[in-house]
Ligand binder design. Structure first.
Ligand code: AMX
Length: 435
């Protein structure tokens, strides 16, 4: 059967022509106006980036190469006996727009297992980190250090031709994804005193290995959760902080390790990936304050108190979405199937009935509905992974899939250095002085 790299090599020439044709026909057309408010307002809604793996609709949520999360659950290959899609298959889909066969999916599991080992010095870097250093900082350091063995950096030094950039970018991306379970597992075990890291099993899929490295490999339901988790966190179009950062840094021809290390530093922010940690902290505080018998009225008061304290409700709101995040819904459905009676799950469901109304009444948030982070921690906690400052690492493992896929395409399509125009307030005043 054909490998992912072989299939990609077939698809690239046609896509280069496709892009040429689109630019020839539409290149000079305008999307619309750019307002001064967009410059001050975090570029919200500004059409500025090409991103092929996924597109986000404000009402409907994410589609990966045109497929919704339920489509992926129905159509992507699964593990024997499993019902959640395999992240291996999702990566193939993100890169090619096609659903791989079960054999092709399995071949990716094997290839990633074969590439999983870390250089010894990266293991040492992690082992020397104090357990008080945030897991995301450790994660970013280790990923950045993998640049030591980058095929792209080496090929560039040797004078590789621009048309061949995608090949070593693909190799680095495969290495990156393959090595993340060992990095994540090592951080988890070091920080939380969980003993020695077991070896990767080449006969197991990516998520099963990740679960084993974290110490939860015997729990098949947890492995299924990880499969779903990685798929839904993989990609969320190109403008979010982690995706855009990876693309931006990659555009300087920094290799995938440097580019994705930068993505992780953005994901570590509380308004982005760290929100999954913040949600759990917020829930625990709520329980500590209110006790176990939590009425709707008490939740309402707690949500109001958070807002009045000048803080955000973590896990609620979104820069693009205007409805409940389908990634939240997918996790809720998983919980209804596997842990319907879990008290923390019930609490999350209860908050879902109350927080949106409060946010609406408060009148600031454009989207009062929950996002992906409102639910993920509760599922992990249920299975015993209750160290919440580790949660964003799992988000990071997943986000590598989307960022890597676009980095490969960016190099295949010869994407140029990113360099938008900036203005000072003085310059803006001058430009519009007489308009
Ligand atoms: N709680 C309280 N206030 C909120 C809010 C929330 N959950 N969501 C938005 N707001 C506020 C904003 O802080 C802003 O206030 P300001 O005018 O005083 O600055 C106002 O409502 C308007 O913001 P917006 O246009 O609705 O949102 P945005 O596009 O600027 O920001 C986001 C989006 C996600 C940062 C914001 O909704 C937020 O802070 N949510 C909580 C953190 C969170 O869950 N982040 C995870 C997002 C998903 C992800 O990346 N993993």
């Amino acid at each position: 059967t054909q490998t992912l790299k072989e299939r990609l090599a077939e698809l690239i020439p046609a896509e280069i022509e496709n892009v040429k044709a689109v630019r020839k026909e539409h290149g000079a057309k305008a999307f619309g106006q750019v307002t001064v408010d967009q410059v001050y307002g975090g570029m919200r809604g500004l059409p500025a980036l090409l991103w092929d793996g996924s597109v986000l609709d404000a009402e409907e949520g994410i589609r990966f190469r045109g497929k919704t999360i339920p489509d992926c659950q129905a159509q992507l290959p699964k593990a024997p006996g499993g019902s959640e899609p395999l992240p291996e298959a999702l990566f193939w889909l993100l890169l090619t727009g096609e659903v791989p066969t079960p054999e092709q999916t399995q071949a990716l599991s094997k290839e990633w297992a074969a590439r999983a080992q870390l250089p010894e010095f990266v293991e040492e870097i992690l082992d020397r980190c104090p357990p008080t250093l945030h897991p995301m900082t450790q994660f970013s350091m280790a990923v950045t250090a993998l640049n030591h063995d980058s095929a792209f950096a080496k090929a560039y030094q040797q004078g590789i031709s621009k048309k061949d950039y995608w090949g070593p970018t693909f190799e680095d991306s495969m290495d990156l994804i393959a090595k993340l379970p060992n990095i994540a597992g090592r951080i988890y075990r070091n920080v939380f005193g969980k003993g020695k890291l077991p070896a990767i099993d080449p006969s197991k899929d990516y998520s099963a290995n990740l679960a084993t490295l974290l110490g939860f490999g015997d729990n098949e339901a947890f492995v299924e959760l990880l499969r779903l988790y990685v798929v839904i966190h993989s990609d969320h179009e190109g403008g979010n902080v982690s995706a855009h950062t990876g693309k931006l840094v990659g555009s300087a021809l920094s290799d995938p390790f440097l580019a994705f290390g930068a993505s992780l530093n953005g994901l570590a922010g509380p308004l982005h990936g760290l929100a999954n940690q913040e949600v759990l902290i917020w829930l625990r505080k709520m329980k500590a304050q209110i006790g176990d018998d939590i009425s709707d009225e008490k939740i309402k008061e707690y949500v109001w108190a958070t807002l009045k304290g000048g803080q955000v409700i973590p896990g609620y709101g979104h820069a693009v979405l205007r409805k409940t995040d389908p990634r939240y819904t997918a996790q809720r459905e998983f919980a209804l199937k596997h842990l319907p009676d879990d008290p923390l799950f019930k609490l999350v469901g209860q908050i879902y009935k109350i927080a949106p109304d409060v946010l609406l009444e408060a009148g600031k948030a454009k989207n009062p509905w929950p996002n992906v982070d409102a639910h993920s921690g509760v599922l992990l906690t249920y299975y015993g992974l209750d160290q919440m400052n580790f949660y964003t690492v799992l988000f990071g493992v997943s986000r590598a899939f989307g960022v890597a896929a676009q980095l490969i395409w960016d190099r295949a399509l010869g994407a140029p250095l990113e360099r938008p125009k900036s203005y000072s307030t003085e310059a803006i005043k001058k430009i519009f002085a007489n308009k």
